[in-house]
Ligand binder design. Structure first.
Ligand SMILES: [Zn+2]
Ligand SMILES: [Zn+2]
Length: 332
């Protein structure tokens, strides 16, 4: 089978690998659609997170069960599935509370074991969720980033009278917009790329801006910072009203220098978010299947695995005009 493997910074290669075989409690999944995530770009650009090299990349996918191993009870061939790609220790105090997302050992498929940028992958059945038939497989590939957005919106504790600012209109920013839209009165989205702002408008943003507003009259109650850069963190602290809340949802590739005094002076509260809990994934399946959240406009392109290098270059260009790129390894 074909697979996209990470060999080093800006070095991904298409290789032919043997099709994996499922052991006890494991399921062989034929990958239908697999999305390139922001964290795949951190791996590609900086070599972050990945602990085995070379490794088959990717953790966002939908697929069809091809075979099941001995002892599998929850799945049968033909089932449509999405993955819970988190790999946690399972025994620390946080894992035991269902908060595997803050397990000190947390990693993901595609970083510590083979991921989904391949025609097939094998996972323990605990890492799969069954999809209802009403949800198409292409949309289902966005369940995992939608779970991140639901987790961020949940952490923000939004209430209907509040105003929300989302900095960064990439997939997580825009999915957070969709998740938060029914919860708050006013949403402002800030991004450098006009194409992304146009999409933010279509998805329900009340206001969009290419630069961070500086006037106190434009301040908001809650900011979700989905970029992870010095300028956007500084901008977020400025954009918040006194007593406001900041949700950090964008990973930083390097340390930043920020004046912390606004945090004290305005008594801001800051929350970090890391991935999602299992419940967020289940909610994401429900929200996408019921049509409550339509992720379709975020899918910019569907490409074969052999276009991986081109896809990574496109997404790491300075102001990409594409949003979510999906691979369709099995030609769906
Ligand atoms: Zn992801
Ligand atoms: Zn743990």
């Amino acid at each position: 089978m074909l697979a996209v493997r990470y060999y080093g910074i800006r070095d991904v290669r298409i290789e032919v690998l043997p099709r994996p075989v499922c052991g006890p409690k494991e399921v062989l999944v034929k990958v239908a659609y697999a999305g390139i995530c922001g964290s795949d770009l951190h791996i590609y650009r900086k070599g972050m997170f990945v602990s085995t090299v070379p490794e088959t990349m990717g953790h966002e996918f939908s697929g069809v069960v091809e075979e099941v191993g001995p002892g599998v009870t929850g799945f049968k061939p033909g089932d449509h599935v999405v993955g819970d790609p988190r790999v946690a220790c399972g025994s620390c105090p946080w894992c035991r509370q269902g908060k595997e997302n803050i397990c000190p050992e947390l990693s993901f498929i595609g970083e510590i074991c083979p991921g989904c940028f391949a025609e097939y992958l094998v996972l323990n059945e605990e890492h799969l969720l069954k999809l209802p038939s009403s949800l198409e497989l292409d949309r289902a590939a966005l369940i995992e980033p939608l779970a991140v957005a639901l987790h961020a919106a949940g952490k923000a504790g939004l209430s209907s009278r509040e105003t929300l600012g989302i900095i960064g209109a990439g997939p997580v920013g825009l999915l957070t917009l969709l998740a938060a839209r029914p919860l708050v009165e006013q949403i402002l989205v800030v991004d450098r790329a006009p194409v992304r702002l146009e999409l933010a408008r279509r998805l329900g943003a009340d206001r969009v801006a290419q630069t961070l507003p500086e006037e106190p009259s434009e301040q908001v109650d809650v900011v979700i910072e989905a970029v992870g850069a010095e300028a956007t963190l500084k901008g977020a602290l400025k954009l918040l009203k006194p007593g406001g809340r900041l949700i950090l949802a964008g990973l930083y590739e390097e340390s930043v220098l920020v004046d912390p005094n606004p945090i004290l002076e305005k008594e801001l509260k800051i929350y970090g978010i890391n991935a999602y809990e299992r419940l967020d994934l289940e909610k994401a399946v429900q929200a996408a299947a019921s049509g409550q959240v339509d992720v379709t406009p975020l899918i910019s392109r569907i490409l074969p695995l052999k276009s991986a290098a081109e896809a990574f270059e496109l997404l790491t260009s300075p102001a990409p005009d594409v949003l979510k790129i999906l691979f369709n390894p099995a030609g769906f």
